[in-house]
Design a protein around this ligand. Structure first.
Ligand SMILES: NC(=O)c1ccc[n+]([C@@H]2O[C@H](COP(=O)([O-])OP(=O)(O)OC[C@H]3O[C@@H](n4cnc5c(N)ncnc54)[C@H](OP(=O)(O)O)[C@@H]3O)[C@@H](O)[C@H]2O)c1
Length: 435
């Protein structure tokens, strides 16, 4: 067929009608399960056929809409013919915009991290933060991450206030974490994953939340003095008691995770995962999560703001209101190895590259980073953090960005060519990691 002939689109209503008629003609002659599966199969074939037609006739938005309508965004696993088709035409690889837990609960992507509203980044502004939280509900950005450590209860309190308004509690999937315990004498945090503290910390969190229970409860850091089996048994007991529905670990090694998963079902693992931090791809944690059916909460997905291009020098963190010193071991971002002035400038190339690729795509660098993360699989839940409504809206809209395989590969190359200089945490915090 001459190339020009392809430009003249077919009457799509007729094509759809023809396929529907074929399916309806076949279906009544079938019975029970066979009937049911044939109807489903024929509707999948129908959709695949339409996607092919639209793609050949260079109608990507129709192809995309048909695919989303028929397969949702998790088609990657579901339909081999469509996959082959996708590769052939370099179509968007159907970025996941939701993820499904083992019990069928569907969670929208990306999620949201509330830490900065109470801890680490700039000044607190509760009224602004609560407005942002309400906006998140309005948008449907309803997977929220908090921890008892963030502002030592402050983060849970503002979240609790917003969740107790109207029907809000029902709309949000709340992930809470414990294990970084405050030592008032030493004025610093230490890790405690003992069964006693696992139970007591949740009671304190429930109090901070104003009587609400978190949906998921995670150990924030692995306690090297408490065998993980003991912590997980306590977490599982809390789940059985109905004080939480899901459990998980944060910043664990693959080995710890496998031991934990032998003890009880682990639903979530929270790790630093971003275009600027790929350690979890190399140390077996992401592989273990995939193998064990565990969802990955990708924290600091914007490289603590660095990848957004908003910060031009380490000094800008200070201007943003970062604290000079948070606790004995925690000081502000500009003193973290990867973000010191010297390394900030050495590392800046990746920001420029993200800005270049994002401009080509017509989106923000932050959105490109989040879309790229979501393209790594629908088990990845990025939880970008912000205090502002504006950035929240921007970040959640990353779910609408479709990256083709070629674009995903291009971002990967930029990431590989621009590996960061400097550790992701200061020495004290690095030592607390389970690696
Ligand atoms: N499990 C753990 O150990 C752990 C560790 C760290 C974080 N977390 C969780 O992960 C969440 C996210 O990580 P994170 O907050 O460290 O880092 P992040 O999401 O990579 O970056 C947050 C920073 O980026 C800025 N920002 C966000 N969206 C932006 C946009 N569209 N344009 C420009 N700037 C933007 C924020 O500014 P503003 O605040 O001014 O809006 C903030 O300074 C946290 O809130 C927390 O819930 C977990």
């Amino acid at each position: 067929m001459p190339a020009g002939a392809l430009r003249d689109p077919p009457d799509t209503t007729q094509v759809s009608g023809l396929l529907r008629m074929t399916r309806d003609a076949v279906a009544p002659h079938m019975h029970g399960a066979i009937h049911h599966s044939l109807v489903n199969l024929s509707s999948e074939i129908h959709a695949c056929f339409l996607i092919s037609v639209y793609s050949v006739y260079e109608l990507p938005s129709l192809a995309f809409r048909t695919r989303r309508l028929h397969f949702g965004r998790s088609m990657q696993r579901a339909s081999p013919p469509a996959l082959n088709h996708r590769r052939r035409f370099d179509l968007p690889p159907t970025m996941p915009s939701t993820t499904r837990l083992a019990d069928g609960t569907e969670l929208p992507l990306p999620g949201f991290g509330a830490m900065g509203m109470s801890f680490a980044y700039g000044e607190k502004n509760d009224e602004q933060s609560k407005k942002t939280l309400r906006k998140a509900i309005e948008l449907g950005c309803t997977v929220w991450d908090t921890a008892d450590m963030y502002g030592r209860g402050h983060n849970e309190q503002i979240i609790g206030e917003v969740l107790r308004e109207g029907e809000n509690r029902k709309k949000v999937f709340l992930i809470d974490k414990f294990g970084n315990r405050w030592d008032d004498e030493k004025k610093s945090f230490y890790v405690d994953g003992s069964p006693e503290w696992t139970i007591e910390a949740l009671d304190q969190s429930i109090k901070h939340l104003g009587g609400l229970y978190p949906d998921a409860y995670l150990l924030h850091r692995v306690d090297k003095r408490t065998p993980i089996e003991q912590t997980v048994r306590a977490l599982d007991a809390l789940r059985k008691e109905g004080k939480t529905k899901y459990i998980g670990l944060s910043e664990c090694s693959a080995e710890t995770l496998r031991r934990a998963a032998k003890e009880a079902t682990i639903d979530f693992v929270e790790v630093e995962y971003s275009p600027w931090e790929l350690v979890m791809e190399r140390n077996g944690v992401l592989d273990a999560c995939k193998e064990l059916g565990i969802k990955v909460l990708a924290y600091s997905p914007l490289g603590r703001g660095f990848l957004t291009g908003r910060y031009k020098s380490a000094e800008d963190f200070k201007k943003d209101g970062d604290f000079e010193r948070l606790t004995r071991y925690w000081n502000s971002r500009q003193n973290w190895p990867r973000l010191t002035e010297e390394n900030f400038q050495k590392n800046y190339k990746i920001v420029e590259e993200f800005e270049r690729l994002a401009a080509k795509k017509g989106c923000k660098p932050s959105q490109l980073a989040l879309a790229w993360l979501m393209a790594q699989g629908d088990h990845i839940i990025p939880i970008p953090g912000t205090k502002s409504e504006k950035y929240l809206v921007e970040n959640f809209a990353a779910r609408d960005i479709e990256l083709s395989q070629a674009e995903i590969d291009e971002v990967r190359k930029v990431i590989d060519d621009n590996a960061p200089v400097g550790d992701r945490y200061p020495a004290g915090a690095m030592a607390a990691l389970d690696q």
